[in-house]
Design a protein around this ligand. Structure first.
Ligand SMILES: [Fe+2]
Ligand SMILES: [Fe+2]
Length: 134
């Protein structure tokens, strides 16, 4: 079972709650993967992708509000993450990909990188606030 470590928390409660839900979705993927239930695994992977897409939309609205200068690059990475997830589901479906490392890849590679990118804008935001003397 996966969980968010303290270093993965952003301090923005809505974002943290959504990141937490993404981890829960990965745990459902892991459960289906352990059962070798490929149709369930694909369904849950697509549910994870949809939840990720919703979270990205919320986060991009937040980045717009902050006028984050690297907003477009950040959104581009979001879009690429969704493409990678869609590809994974497709490859599972046609047998090019076998269950085994799907949940681990979702957590370590996909979510790990997504959260690392989030830390960049949080650091930027903290620096903005510090400069403004807030
Ligand atoms: Fe993000
Ligand atoms: Fe995020």
């Amino acid at each position: 079972m996966y969980s968010l470590t303290p270093s993965m928390l952003t301090g923005v409660s809505q974002l943290d709650a959504e990141h937490q839900d993404l981890v829960l979705a990965i745990n459902l993927i892991e459960e289906a993967e352990h059962r070798h239930a490929v149709p369930d695994l694909i369904k849950r992977l697509i549910a994870f992708k949809d939840e990720m897409a919703l979270h990205f939309r919320h986060e991009e609205t937040y980045l717009d509000l902050l006028r984050y200068p690297a907003r477009d690059a950040h959104a581009k990475h979001h879009a690429e993450t969704l493409v990678a997830l869609a590809r994974m589901a497709e490859e599972l479906d046609d047998g090019r990909l076998e269950p085994g490392d799907i949940a681990a890849a979702c957590f370590n590679e996909l979510l790990g990188t997504v959260l690392m990118m989030d830390m960049r804008f949080l650091n930027w935001h903290a620096e903005q606030k510090r400069r403004a003397g807030k």
